[in-house]
Design a protein. Structure first.
Length: 137
């Protein structure tokens, strides 16, 4: 993961939460129980922080790779905004088709009618055609 970060030119987010905290020696049983609670709380916070940072790093890496990905189409003009616009339109269209297919599936599950099944078949075939077109490019 670190080598792919360097390749992408991205720094991994690291936390600055103290791992080796020096706790004073407790003088009473109450202080000892409070100290144990504080240690457990700090350990839980550290685990949560590590998990959240791992998720954030994965999202940042995926986003960076998506941004660095070059469009397969050649443009007459070198306008980066146009490339971003076209890529976002393609992603939105793919989302719309996936949403249409999902709605058709839920309609088939709700009522087993012939029209719902044909709508599901239509949405599925549209997705297959779209995938074939993208693979051909």
């Amino acid at each position: 993961m670190a080598s792919s970060c360097r390749d992408a030119g991205i720094k991994i987010i690291q936390h600055r939460y103290p791992r080796n905290v020096q706790y004073p020696f407790p003088s009473t049983d109450e202080e000892a129980s409070e100290l144990v609670k504080e240690k457990k709380l700090n350990q839980q916070r550290l685990k949560n922080l590590d998990a959240n940072l791992k998720i954030l790093n994965e999202v940042i890496l995926k986003s960076a790779h998506d941004i660095k990905r070059q469009s397969s189409e050649k443009y007459d003009h070198d306008d980066n905004l146009q490339v971003i616009q076209d890529d976002s339109e393609a992603a939105f269209q793919a989302y719309g088709e996936a949403q249409k297919r999902y709605e058709a599936k839920t309609a088939v599950k709700g009522s087993n009618s012939k029209s719902a099944r044909s709508a599901l078949k239509e949405a599925t075939s549209a997705m297959k055609v779209k995938k074939a077109v993208y693979l051909a490019k």
